[in-house]
Design a protein around this ligand. Structure first.
Ligand SMILES: Cc1ncc(COP(=O)(O)O)c(C=O)c1O
Length: 414
């Protein structure tokens, strides 16, 4: 590849200065500010030395590694103490590096929601994939079967006999046996067959398909996850999960070869193991956390603080012409918009954020605990972590203020 002369000059200068004064690198080299310049720096061996969060382009997605690692450790200690396996959900992060660390911390593998996520995880060497959404239609089924051929421990969910037939036929054509889970509806009527007799009937049908390998039950009660108040959440999850647990026992009693019952969320991670019957938790958000989770209330108090907010968006104040009001460069395209609320400003009590367009957000500074000026960089806790991550190509990982790594996100649909 031919490198423009200007870039070569910049690189030469950067290397010389960096060698003597690493922290001056960015300023001396004329600022390494765009994502692609940072990528280039990593690709040509200059690395991230001297780069801090203050050098990153905004809006940008950053991860506090100390908090993230503490979250991983906490969940893994909990699972050990509760004698339940972890197969965390990678839909939250779509990031192979996060999955690697979850597995290193004891997870059996990861769950994924899409074939795109499954392929990205498999390409990154992640094993033990459970795809928790039905993959329907010739394109998705053929990709699933191709994946299962190279990664035979991959597992997929099914909630209809016609789907079971399609999966079995495709697996047969590829000369493999495909691992399947019966997806049970926890009462939300999103996907899944009803617990009890309908699930038993489907499981018996699937078990008889020549190219399917029935492995377990999947039952995810998303509606339980964010119920406000610990006791109300416990009651909700118990109502949702008890029929699936009973069905799990019925299927075993009927002689079906199932071993796994997977479900649960960050909101119910310390509730579901009490019900005795689930074998795996598919928790997702605990690695990053978000505004949505912080308000649900914990076991002992009104704030859910079991896991720390490790994921932030950094934005810049780009306009400040009015009293008590400033505008940042982060709007609908920088934050998930599926909730009724926006992000929380981090570290400056009293400042409130309001969406003001695709690329704009307003800061209400009337009760700001400190001055906010043009050019200031403001950090935000994201409203809802899963869709927020999906807006960014990469996560900049911070150790304190330093950028320690850049992790790609397998965002979108391919
Ligand atoms: C099927 C499924 N399982 C698990 C999770 C993880 O839930 P949480 O991020 O609340 O821990 C989700 C999240 O949406 C999900 O859709």
């Amino acid at each position: 590849m031919k490198i423009p002369r200007r870039n070569l000059l910049q690189r030469g200068l950067g290397l010389t200065v960096a060698a003597v004064f690493p922290s001056l690198w960015t300023r001396a080299a004329g600022a390494t500010h765009s994502g692609s310049e940072i990528d280039e720096r990593m690709a040509d061996g200059r690395g991230l030395a001297g780069l801090t969060k203050h050098d990153l382009p905004t809006p940008t997605l950053v991860l506090d590694l100390d908090i993230f690692e503490a979250n991983l450790a906490r969940m893994s200690q909990h699972a050990k103490a509760a004698a339940i396996n972890l197969r965390p959900h990678a839909k939250t992060h779509k990031c192979v590096e996060v999955a690697r660390r979850q597995i290193k911390a004891g997870a059996l593998g990861v769950c994924v929601a899409t074939i795109r996520e499954a392929e990205a995880m498999a390409a990154g060497g992640i094993k033990g994939l459970l795809i928790t959404s039905e993959l329907v239609g010739p394109s998705k089924i053929s990709r699933l079967v191709r994946l299962a051929k190279t990664h035979p421990d991959t597992m997929a969910v099914v909630d209809h006999p016609r789907h079971a037939d399609q999966l079995s036929e495709a697996a047969g054509a590829a000369k493999i046996r495909l691992n399947v889970f019966i997806d049970i509806d926890p009462g939300s009527r999103r996907t899944g067959v009803a617990a009890g007799a309908p699930a038993l009937e489907l499981a018996q049908y699937a078990a008889k398909r020549p190219h399917l390998n029935l492995r377990g039950i999947h039952c995810y009660s998303g509606a339980s996850a964010h119920v406000l108040g610990f006791e109300a959440r416990r009651a909700h999850s118990q109502k949702a999960m008890t029929p699936a647990i009973e069905t799990f026992h019925q299927l075993k009693q009927a002689g079906l070869p199932i071993e796994i019952l997977s479900g649960g969320s960050t909101g119910t991670y310390n509730i579901d193991p009490e019900f005795k019957g689930m074998t795996e938790l598919q928790v997702g958000s605990y690695v990053f956390m978000d505004v949505d989770y912080r308000v649900i209330g914990g076991r002992t108090g009104p704030v859910y603080s079991d896991f720390g907010a490790s994921l932030m968006v950094i934005a810049t104040v780009i306009s400040q012409n009015q009293k008590n009001r400033a505008t940042v460069d982060a709007g609908f395209k920088a934050f998930a918009t599926d909730r009724k609320f926006g992000p929380d400003v981090h570290g400056i009590p009293g400042v409130k954020y309001q969406f003001a367009g695709d690329e704009h957000g307003i800061l209400d500074l009337q009760e700001a605990s400190r001055e906010v000026k043009l050019g200031d960089r403001i950090e935000f806790i994201v409203p809802h972590c899963d869709p927020n991550v999906n807006l960014y190509d990469r996560i900049y990982c911070l150790r304190g203020e330093k950028v320690e790594a850049v992790w790609p996100v397998a965002r979108g649909y391919l």
